[in-house]
Design a protein around this ligand. Sequence first.
Ligand code: SF4
Length: 906
Amino acid sequence: MFRAPDIGTEIKTSCPYCGVGCGVIAKRDANNEVSIKGDPDHPSNFGRLCSKGSALGETVGLEGRLLRPEINGQEANWDQALDLVAQKFSDTIAEHGPDSVAFYVSGQILTEDYYVANKLMKGFIGSANIDTNSRLCMASSVAGHRRAFGTDTVPGTYEDLEKTDLLILVGSNLAWCHPVLYQRIAAAKADRPDMKVVLIDPRRTMTADIADLHLAIKPDGDVALFTGLLHHLARQDAFDFDYINAHTTGFEETISAAAKLSDFETLSDITGLSSEEINAFYELFLKTDKTVTVFSQGVNQSSSGTDKVNAIINCHLATGRIGKEGMGPFSVTGQPNAMGGREVGGLANMLAAHMDIENPGHRDLVQRFWASPVIPEKQGLKAVDMFHAVGDGRIKAIWIMATNPVVSMPEADTVAKALKDCPFVVVSDVLGETDTTAYAHVKLPSADWGEKDGTVTNSERRISRQKRFLPLAGDSMPDWWQLAEVGKRMGFEDAFNYGSVSEVFAEHAALSDFENAPGAPLPERDFNIGAHAGINEEEYNDLTPFQWPQLKGFEPETSRFFAEGQFYTSDRKARLIPVEAPAPLEYTPSRPLILNTGRIRDHWHTLTRTGRSSRLSQHIAEPFVEINPEDALHFGIRDADIVQVENAHGFILVRALITKRVDQGQVFVPMHWSDQFASRARVDTLVSALVDPVSGQPALKNVPVSITKYQATTYGFAVTLNKPENPPSDYWAQAKTEDGWRIEFADLNSDLSIQSFAQNLFDVPENTLNNISQDTQWLSYGDGKFGDYRVAAFIGEKLIGLLYLSSSPVSVSRNWAIQQLGTDHNNPLQRHMIVAGRAGGDRPDPGSIICSCFGIGSNQISSAITEKSCRSVEAIGQELKAGTNCGSCRAEIKQIIDQHTPIAAE
Ligand code: SF4
């Protein structure tokens, strides 16, 4: 059942990162080395991959893997572990009822995993307490779709983003978060320069590179901006009344609610945009029929996220711009299988196959299909409430799969405490040590990407296979198998007796088709892949990417929804939803800044996968806070200082990055760093558990904080061959390099002993320092007046560690120092240059890495511009190859070129 394909076989699978859902071709060799390339036949990426996708082969090693089940820290076999999980869950349910247990799953697991988890919890345990980390990602889009369309349907396709005349990106940094989609759009715009792109985002992200207009909106100003747009369209008589009358309800109430935002002065106050900017945007929308509005986490991760979604959808419904080529609202998901989770009901407020848990007809249908003993009548606990219930003891047993809530949940320290106090915690993961597995009574080793089989659905409703090309590591097993085994051990043998993953998919497809046709007792449902209900294992293995719906017996005429109405409400009409702008944010003297959180280009979630790749750690290796120069001045913070960002929930320590990318009054911190990679940088410890009242999605981008300079008196930077286990300082952040590790430090203590510090870091035996042998050499330098100390240790010709300490941030070139680890050092002069921190003429400093694929740094790009007159991204590509593989760095290369371009005098 779980045999890996032969060595050397090319396997078509899909990328496990973002919601673009790119096709990947993977191949392993006899040493289990994996080569990766984009699948030219996959309709989502046509062969392209971004930096993360290209580096997938570097993330599949066994380092850090959980290879055997563990019970209370002791290795166990599967029978022992599964029996215990089944017994504990059964006992807890028997004593405290079905709502005393919960599953917290993930947009990383496959649809088949999700299907079995949802079936076990809702149909057999009898609770709806299953929720997913997708709640943190796109729950507001789901809620907005369901309010407007009656179901959770993304109407359009990626092709619409290329064929539109006006592309509006709201709260979406596609260049870094959905890079291949960004590249498709950039290519379309290069082909058709008349295509306009508007970016609506408080930050000037890399996506601004392709924007004709960037609106640096105030956080949560989106409802006002789009409601004002609706009013503007009304004033200009720009509605499509044929569409409105035939296919919508709620028009009058929605327009009259929008009238409250009729003047630009009010809009300007709420959005922070000038009247000219607002008018320019409104006129573009007014005059451009083919319009697509893309939205993602900047819209969803808000206490008004669902209203934002409906404010956007209202404008598209009222103009009839939906379901046609190049038109429509378009939600982009963050995770690879957030959509698959939605399709099987992996959210606490949904039932399987896009059905509604509060609809008695749907409950009856699903229960009959599953032949299940129970089905809950009410919604379960959504993510934030679920962990509150763990904390206050209502939930006494929880099973967490493929996610790291101790890093990613709001008030993350409270989540850690809740898990610590929970009587029974099961964690299924590929890694043994994460911030969350630390609280597990039972750890179950899961199959990693490359080892498991199943399907995922991307943001355009395209279902693709994820396929095994590696053998299972150790005793690891797929998540669906773990769940089915526990289901059987809980007494539900018949319902969970799957012989293969293809049987799970076939059942999921059959449920989507069950009583789902014109003439059936209940209204038709959007999600239908009945064409695959009878799929066998061979057909499943040959399944090529397809978009739903795929009905049994006939081909749909279009892959889009709603051009002709036919919404999934009782009267088949869409709902225009009156929405109101939320109250403006409150800045208080004690918390004068608004914290925004998000992703960076080359890392993913909590670094459990991308942190294993040295290539992906080159671009940005340390947690940081972006601060506007005015705020930095005001708070006495200089570039590269360590900064304490805090509020009532806690504090984090991160490096200051002073930039105009963020407006005054705002700061930005990436979401990725966990306790495994930094001393104190879990940014979600600062996020309060404030949620959108409709979707339950937390407001992760709108957090009042204060910042202060951390009064470090010692700063350090080191590279070492060995991973430092307990870096000995208050602040540290470490990342993998090609030949070892790099570590940044800061400490309040100015009296650190460099010798013991270095010894501890480099992991060399005691007394080696004074034991200069032929093979071992320590070189050091100290300047007490300026607090500068440096030490380098060599064994043979290899540098094993290099440490710089200083009373101010260390300014040595990181990439130059990192390269020294992998270089032979037989020249005494060179060894002294290393201690001095200076690049010799024969080893120039490449600068900070911009192109991860070819390891090209900013200094190299600058030299090509100034010395070789390379004035375009293409010219840089020809000269250095930078930007010619995955293309993820092209926006940054252009920015460097722009910085070197003289501005003409006015
Ligand atoms: Fe993976 Fe990058 Fe494609 Fe997203 S854009 S699916 S991360 S290759």
